[in-house]
Design a binder for this molecule. Structure first.
Ligand code: GLU
Length: 914
């Protein structure tokens, strides 16, 4: 059925074609602003192109009739249009200025002469006889919005010159997800305003200014430092591609723009112009060699007009008549011609052309001009068009990275690897400022007899790491010490950052490296590379000193309590043995076995003998006293068992106590620190450890934070080194909370310090970069590469162990390899003291006994004590002979048996007989 209808249309159409005509010469008027030579040139050559192309207007020639007007002279514009219309013209093109254009438009409207425009016009209505090929402003505005959304811009400044811009950017102002600041550029010096923007740390700028101003604004922005890899511009002008960006190409700035036409496609037009002008011996000035969007639109406008006219002529005899502004005569074909032009811009559906009474078969396809498909919506607006998204690029100056269309939205063709490649290329041979702070062994000042300058002053793990990364990425670098020495912490009241973080945020540095912990708070403010080291918070504390063994360290195996209990047991058992021996009948023996019926019995276990027996068995020596009764033997047996166990335990423990150095630490971890108040503890002020305790929700750490923050004098230090120094000097009264990697470094060198306990958390060090730095990815991948090829490990070994490290480890292992410790006098000195003491006491007792004996003899013999003493001393002093005469003693009472005092030895055996 459809085919039948089409065939019928075709036949009818064929019958209608061919019999109608156009005048040989068709004049079209062009009204241009006096200074706008370019548009007039485009108009002329667009007409020439149509005339040279027999396929569009076969039998007619277009004649361009340009008129120049002073800008803003509406009266003259009206007069000139009327003058043009006095000659027969088929259409009026231009002008560009809004005021004059409006006048021209209303005259054309009245005269029913098609008025064709190529200018930005924000009016949301078009007059009936008007057609504008310039993209419809709300569509452009929508394109800006979609592109900025695709670029993930959230916060930016809009810089504009004229108030028209506010109409163009209205969708940006209305978009809820954008936070927009709008600033107007006034005068010629924009630097003060640009400086304000830089101070406000705005990194994204939408520049909506006339194309002639773009270069000036960018140049001034570059002068005040508002350019570089951290700044992003979006230029709304469709003539952005005509701006000379050569001097900004290597700044690293991200400049994105849009274009309706690819300037490369316009090359042949420029050649046409040059060639054509040479015929008149005219040379085109450089500004006339830049084909602007409006100039290209003029080409498309003329093409569209020619097509419309050609189609009109296929169904009508088109005669072009003079019309007068003063009269009421209008051009009868004006209406059809403008409709045909619009019809070309909105491809017909089957049947539609017929219904509209148009010659459907003469539709020769849409106009695809220099600005793409010329298409109009139902309201006659060119709302659907395609824009190229372009970016400034080092190679091509401008590179197409995507497209936008009303239907297809934003289509980015730039791949992730393109972006990555571009950034890596940009990084090559660039000189980055690397902000560092002093911290052993990450960044240290080189010790050299000669004064050093620049990068040579520094050495350390981080310095070598940057060197390795620079080899991979090919950049140069300059180290700078952070002025305030801080790494970066946010003031809890003002919210201001300090240290390296602040420097990065202000773009005073490109990289920040030191033992820089990646924290959530810092990550919000700056970017971080992949971590290059993992660690956790731990405690560095003074190693307990080896105690000089005490003189009486032989008592150490038992605690004082045990000694006390043993002494008590000794006393108790001795006394019990004595009592039981007196009770037990078997302990009473015949003292003289030769006498059959003795008068009296003797008990061998006197009190002193009981003590002698128990001490003898305690000392594992024994004695010649032996219990005979069952009860006393039980006591003796149990006492021997007791002594066996006690002495074995003592002996076993004694070896350990005399040989092993006891180094008990008063703290074993954070819990111990939190529990006590005697040992103070602190950390580096403003560092991540400080923040960890400040923000912790764990009760132990909260307690520790309360203790630390209230301690006076302060327990915080400016650097880790100061903290370590304090620990070293504090004699166990101060512990320092520090990151494990730094502790590892310190304990390798300071043998008096040690790490106490495990890690309180787990975190990493990273290289910091300014927020949204394009270099984050290349630096991260370089860090990963160094990790994987073992370079990071090598660097760590170099700075932790090889560089005068490992001393403490060596000392410890050499002490170990020297075998078991021999016991010194200090270990066993006490035993000698006891020996000497015992000997002394024995001597003293001997003297006392001697004196007592002398006194007794003197009394018995009624001699003087001194004579007795003298004769006894003289006997002793002879030091010869082992016999002594018996001194007879007269019995004092008749009942007492007579016996003699024999030698001193005999005295011992019978002493208890008295
Ligand atoms: N690495 C810490 C920081 O980045 C400094 C040392 C510490 O706080 O223990 O702030």
């Amino acid at each position: 059925m459809k085919i039948l209808i089409i065939t019928t249309f075709f036949v009818i159409s064929c019958c209608m074609i061919g019999s109608h005509a156009l005048p040989n010469q068709i004049v079209i008027g062009g009204i241009f602003d006096e200074k706008d030579k370019l548009l007039e040139l485009a108009f002329r050559y667009a007409v020439e192109r149509i005339n040279n192309d027999p396929s569009t207007l076969t039998h007619s020639t277009l004649i361009a009739q340009p008129v120049w007007l002073p800008a803003d002279d509406s009266y003259r514009a009206a007069r000139d249009v009327c003058d043009i219309l006095r000659n027969p013209v088929a259409a009026i093109f231009g002008p560009q200025m809004e005021k004059t254009a409006n006048h021209v438009q209303s005259i054309c409207d009245a005269m029913e002469i098609p008025h064709i425009e190529t200018r930005w016009d924000y009016k949301l209505r078009r007059d009936a006889y008007s057609i504008n090929l310039y993209p419809y402003p709300p569509s452009l505005s929508e394109a800006y919005r979609k592109i900025l959304l695709a670029l993930k811009w959230k916060e930016f400044v809009i810089l504009y010159d004229t108030n028209d811009a506010l109409v163009r950017v209205q969708t940006l102002l209305r978009e809820g997800s954008f936070s927009v600041t709008v600033r107007q550029l006034e005068g010629e010096d924009f630097r003060p305003l640009l400086k304000e923007i830089r101070r406000a740390q705005q990194k994204r700028i939408v520049l909506d200014v006339h194309s002639s101003l773009i270069y000036t604004v960018l140049k001034q922005a570059a002068q005040i430092g508002l350019m570089g890899e951290y700044y992003n511009y979006f230029i709304t002008s469709l003539d952005f591609n005509q701006v000379d960006l050569e001097e900004f190409k290597y700044s690293g700035t991200n400049i994105t723009g849009i274009q309706l036409i690819d300037p490369k496609k316009l090359q042949h037009i420029v050649e046409d112009w040059k060639f054509g002008e040479r015929r008149f011996a005219r040379i085109l000035t450089p500004d006339l060699l830049k084909v602007t969007t409006e100039a290209a639109l003029m080409y498309d406008a003329v093409s569209l007009f020619a097509k419309g006219l050609d189609t009109l002529s296929s169904s009508h005899d088109v005669d072009i008549e003079k019309v007068y502004c003063e009269g009421d005569k209008t051009w009868q074909h004006g209406d059809s011609l403008i409709n045909y032009m619009k019809w070309y811009g909105s491809p017909p559906q089957f049947g539609e052309g017929y219904k509209m009474g148009r010659n459907f078969s003469s539709y020769s396809g849409p106009v695809i001009g220099l600005t793409g498909l010329v298409k109009f919506d139902r309201m006659g607006f060119r709302s659907d068009f395609e824009l190229d998204i372009v970016e400034m690029d080092q190679n091509e100056t401008l590179k197409k990275v995507g497209t936008w269309s009303l239907s297809g939205h934003v289509n980015y063709t730039k791949s992730w690897s393109d972006t990555k490649g571009a950034v890596e290329k940009n990084l090559k041979n660039k000189t980055l400022i690397v902000m560092v702070a002093k911290a052993d062994p990450y960044v240290m000042m080189k010790q050299d007899p000669m004064p050093l300058a620049g990068n040579d002053q520094f050495e350390g793990f981080c310095i070598d790491l940057i060197y390795e990364i620079s080899l991979i990425r090919g950049f140069n670098y300059t180290f700078k010490l952070v002025p305030d020495g801080a790494y970066g912490s946010r003031d809890q009241v003002t919210g201001e950052w300090d240290g390296i973080v602040k420097q990065l945020m202000d773009h005073k540095a490109d990289l920040g490296i030191v033992d820089f912990t990646i924290t959530y708070e810092r990550e919000e403010a700056v970017d971080f590379s992949m971590p290059f080291m993992n660690l956790g918070i731990s405690i560095i504390y003074k190693k307990p000193q080896k105690k000089a063994p005490s003189l009486f360290s032989f008592t150490s195996p038992f605690s004082p309590d045990v000694w006390l209990y043993m002494a008590t047991a000794y006393l108790g058992v001795s006394v019990l043995l004595f009592i039981l021996a007196r009770i037990a009948p078997n302990e009473w023996d015949n003292p003289h076995p030769c006498i059959q019926d003795p008068e009296e019995l003797e008990n061998a276990i006197s009190l002193s003998n009981a003590f002698w027996f128990t001490i003898g068995s305690l000392m594992q020596q024994g004695s010649d006293i032996a219990p005979k009764a069952v009860s006393t033997r039980i006591v003796a047996g149990i006492w021997w068992f007791f002594t066996l166990i006690m002495i074995s335990s003592y002996t076993a423990n004694l070896a350990a106590f005399l040989t092993v150095e006891r180094m008990d630490s008063p703290i074993e971890g954070a819990e111990d620190l939190a529990k006590q108040t005697k040992i103070k503890y602190g950390c580096k002020e403003g560092g991540s450890t400080y923040a960890f305790f400040r923000d912790s929700t764990i009760p132990t750490y909260q307690r520790m934070w309360a203790a630390m923050s209230s301690a006076r004098p302060s327990v915080f230090t400016d650097t880790n080194e100061a903290g370590v120094e304090r620990v070293s000097k504090s004699n166990g009264q101060y512990a320092f909370l520090m990151e494990s990697s730094s502790i590892e470094f310190q304990v390798e060198r300071r043998c008096d310090l040690m790490q106490v306990g495990g890690l309180l958390d787990s975190k990493s060090y990273g290289i910091a970069l300014p927020p949204e730095s394009p270099y984050t990815d290349p630096i991260s991948s370089a860090v990963l590469r160094l990790k994987e090829n073992g370079k990071l490990h090598q660097l760590k070994t170099r700075w932790w162990k090889e560089r005068s490290g490992g001393r403490c480890m060596r000392e410890a292992s050499s002490a170990k390899s020297s075998g078991a410790n021999e016991l010194g006098l200090s270990n066993v000195g006490g035993v000698f003291v006891v020996l000497i003491g015992g000997m002394g006491i024995a001597a003293l007792v001997a003297i006392c006994e001697f004196l007592w004996n002398a006194r007794e003899l003197a009394t018995d013999e009624t001699a003087s004590f001194c004579d007795e003493l003298g004769s006894e001393v003289r006997f002793i002093m002879k030091c010869s002979g082992s016999t002594k005469p018996v001194r007879k003693k007269a019995p004092s009472t008749p009942e007492e048996p007579l016996f003699t005092y024999g030698s001193y030895g005999a005295n011992y055996g019978y002493s208890d007989r008295k």
